[in-house]
Design a protein around this ligand. Structure first.
Ligand code: G4P
Length: 294
């Protein structure tokens, strides 16, 4: 989906999500497990902070494409901050039960409060929020596949909005909330571009692929060498030379046998995005600062 975020779009997204939040009890924030910080949106924090009782679940999606060790480190990192975190593959049914259990658990304190006040309890209502391409629709489809029933529109809600009953006492809004990515931060934007969260037309592939290849050579050198059959020497070269070697290896050549670097870049991006370069995570949790004993 082509989404370019301009101030007008952002204001609208903020308004829409603000409205959605009014009827939501538990928020499921989807981020990309390969870039858990770059795929964050600062607005969400703001919206939740204003509502201290609004529980949130952080779902690191596309975990099937991310480095499992890095994903565990990220999950520990967020959990240490008191954030309920799950690792997810939206395409697989396996995460469904886990996510539903977490949402219900997150909604429990709220249900308790209602009960204590003698209010009639109702279903816990949840929404999937996240930046474009992070897997929101895929997750909703996977969750809704074995849905129990569609409940009718309720008065006072956005017209046409449907709730899907996922389990006893749990309903999901069937349209996700779309947040904008952090494209103002160039480093985050390059990571978003590498994962495909930003349209290829709007970023400089040269820079993105250079950085990606440099990072892969550093942290996932084996994967890189295996995929493109590179020698140790080729693999250790600077990213531009690595790209030229990939072009040669894969036959991405212009007439006269000159390396077709544009084609090689597309190849690398496709391989990375589809997991053919192995399970790769592009950012790691900030190192814990050690407190030196005086
Ligand atoms: P959105 O609603 O947040 O914009 O994202 P959407 O569900 O449309 O997913 C964007 C792309 O990411 C889709 O690929 C989808 O299949 C893929 N995807 C979503 N969740 C996961 C996941 O957990 N793991 C993996 N590996 N991929 C995931 P696409 O190429 O655009 O479409 P398709 O060819 O797969 O249908």
């Amino acid at each position: 989906m082509l989404i370019q975020w301009y101030p007008g779009h952002m204001a609208k997204a903020k308004r829409v999500i603000g409205e959605q939040m009014k009827v939501i009890d538990v928020v499921v924030e989807l981020r990309d497990a390969r870039i858990p910080l770059a795929s964050e949106n600062p607005l969400l924090q703001e919206l939740i902070q204003n509502k201290p009782h609004k529980p949130r679940i952080l779902a690191l999606n596309k975990a099937d494409l991310a480095d499992p060790q890095a994903s565990r480190a990220w999950a520990d990192y967020f959990r240490a901050q008191g954030v309920r975190t799950v690792l997810l593959d939206s395409k697989a049914k396996a995460g469904r039960k886990l996510l539903i259990r977490e949402v219900l658990a997150a909604g429990q304190p709220m249900l308790e409060r209602w009960r204590r006040r003698g209010l009639r309890t109702r279903s816990v209502r949840t929404i999937i929020l996240g930046i474009p391409n992070v897997g929101k629709s895929t997750l909703i489809n996977t969750l809704a596949k074995s849905y129990i029933a569609h409940t009718a529109d309720r008065p006072g809600k956005t017209r046409g909005q449907q709730w899907v009953r996922l389990a006893d006492g749990l309903e999901l809004m069937d349209t996700p909330g779309v947040l904008w990515p952090k494209i103002e931060d160039p480093a985050a934007a390059r990571k978003l571009a590498a994962t495909g969260a930003i349209l290829d037309e709007v970023f400089d592939a040269e820079e993105v692929v250079r950085e990606l290849l440099g990072y892969l050579a550093l942290r996932y050198g084996e994967n890189l060498a295996a995929r493109y059959d590179l020698t140790a020497e080729q693999r250790a070269a600077d990213p531009d030379a690595v790209l030229a070697a990939i072009a040669q290896r894969r036959g991405a050549l212009l007439p006269g046998g000159v390396a077709d670097l544009d084609k090689a870049r597309r190849l690398v991006l496709n391989d990375f995005r589809s997991g053919r370069l192995g399970r790769v995570t592009l950012e790691l949790p900030p190192e814990e600062t050690e407190v030196a004993d005086e």
